[in-house]
Design a protein around this ligand. Structure first.
Ligand code: DGY
Length: 323
C-alpha cells in the first residue's frame, strides 16, 4: 500500500523529520519559509494530510481547494485558533493538536517572564551590556519581591495548573484563579488555589496576573482598558497564551499611565509585529513566542502530530482530535 502523502509547513526537529520520512511520503520545508495562503490552498489539493504550525492561517478559503485531497490537519501546537475549525468540519477534515507535551515548558516560560519582569532582569541585562553599570548600591534597580505574593490565573487548564504548582510550591505564592470549568477539588487543594467568580475580583487582589485561557472569539481583548484599570497599580501582567487576548493599545496606555507596573509578554496580537511603544518600555519584557521552545518539547510536539496521523491513517480515532 502506498504511504500517505503529507506536507509539513515549516522545519521540524531533525529526529521528527527523520521519522516522518520513514512513515509517510513527506514533503519537508527545508528552507523553513512560510508557505503563504496560495501554497497552503494547493497543499489541500495535493496531500492527504497537512501539518501546519500555529502561525499558518488555515482559513475557509485555503480549505476550499477543489478537488480536496486532504483529510487531516495535524496542527503542530496546542492552540488551534489558526484553524477555522467550523470550516474544517464542513469540509470533512479531521483536526488534531498537541496538548500535554508542552505544558511544563510553557509554565516554565511564564515563570521566567514573571521573575524577569518583577526583578527587572531585561532592563538589568541591557544596563550591563551597554556598559552603563557603575557598581552595586543599595537603591539600584530595585524590583518587586515574588516570594509570598498573590498570583491570579485567568484559566486553570493544564498550563495554568503547572504555573500554579511552580508558584505555590516553589515561591510560596497565594494562588487565585478564574475558570468557568475549574479542576476537581483535590487538584485545587494540592495547588492551594482559591476560586473567584469574576475576572475583576482576580484583578483587584493580584500582584501578578497570568493569562492561560484559549483565544476563543469570546476571549478576544479580554484584557481591555477597563480591566487594566481594575488591576493594582503595582501589578504585573504575564501573557504566554495568545496575543489577541490582550488589547495591546490599552496595555500600552495602562503602562504609560502607571495603572499597572509592568508586563511580560511572549505572544502578540500581530506576530511577528510588536506594538512599537512596547519596544520602548523598560518595564516590559518581550520574548518571541518561546513558550514551547525547548528541544525536548518541540520534538515531543512533532512526535505527537505523528502519533495522531498514524492513528488516523490506520482508521482509528486520533487521541488529540479537536474537530
Ligand atoms: C502552542 O502550541 O499553542 C504554542 O503557542 C506554540 O508554542
Amino acid at each position: 500500500m502506498s504511504k500517505p502523502k503529507v506536507i509539513v509547513t515549516r522545519r521540524w526537529p531533525q529526529e521528527v523529520e527523520a521519522r516522518l520520512q520513514q512513515l509517510f511520503d513527506v514533503t519537508l520545508n527545508v528552507e523553513d519559509k512560510p508557505l503563504g495562503q496560495a501554497a497552503l490552498h494547493q497543499a489541500f489539493r495535493d496531500y492527504d494530510a497537512v501539518f501546519p504550525t500555529v502561525t499558518d492561517r488555515i482559513d475557509a478559503e485555503v480549505m476550499a481547494a477543489e478537488p480536496l485531497r486532504a483529510r487531516l490537519i495535524g496542527n503542530f501546537g496546542v492552540g488551534f485558533n489558526n484553524i477555522d475549525v467550523a470550516a474544517a468540519k464542513a469540509r470533512g477534515l479531521v483536526v488534531t493538536n498537541t496538548p500535554e507535551v508542552l505544558t511544563d515548558a510553557t509554565a516554565d516560560l511564564a515563570m521566567t517572564l514573571l521573575l524577569m519582569t518583577a526583578r527587572r532582569a531585561g532592563e538589568g541585562e541591557r544596563h550591563v551590556r551597554s556598559k552603563s553599570w557603575s557598581g552595586w548600591r543599595p537603591t539600584h534597580m530595585m524590583g518587586t519581591q515574588v516570594t509570598g505574593k498573590t498570583l491570579g490565573l485567568i484559566g486553570l487548564g493544564r498550563i495554568g495548573r503547572a504555573v500554579a504548582q511552580r508558584a505555590r510550591h516553589g515561591f510560596g505564592m497565594r494562588i487565585l484563579f478564574f475558570d468557568p470549568y475549574p479542576p476537581a477539588a483535590d487538584v485545587l487543594r494540592s495547588l492551594g488555589a482559591e476560586r473567584r467568580d469574576t475576572i475583576e475580583s482576580i484583578l483587584a487582589e493580584s500582584d501578578f496576573v497570568s493569562l492561560h485561557c484559549p483565544a476563543t472569539p469570546e476571549n478576544q481583548k479580554l484584557m481591555n482598558a477597563a480591566r487594566f484599570a481594575a488591576m493594582k497599580d503595582d501589578a504585573i501582567l504575564i501573557n504566554t497564551a495568545r496575543g489577541d487576548v490582550v488589547d495591546e493599545a490599552a496595555l500600552v496606555k495602562a503602562l504609560a499611565d502607571g495603572q499597572i507596573a509592568g508586563a511580560g509578554l511572549d505572544v502578540f496580537a500581530k506576530e511577528p509585529a510588536v506594538t512599537p511603544a512596547l519596544l520602548e518600555m523598560e518595564n516590559v519584557v518581550l520574548l518571541p513566542h518561546l513558550g514551547s521552545a525547548t528541544r525536548e518539547t518541540r520534538a515531543a510536539m512533532g512526535f505527537r502530530v505523528i502519533d495522531n496521523a498514524e492513528a488516523f491513517f490506520a482508521g482509528k480515532e486520533p487521541r488529540d482530535r479537536v474537530a
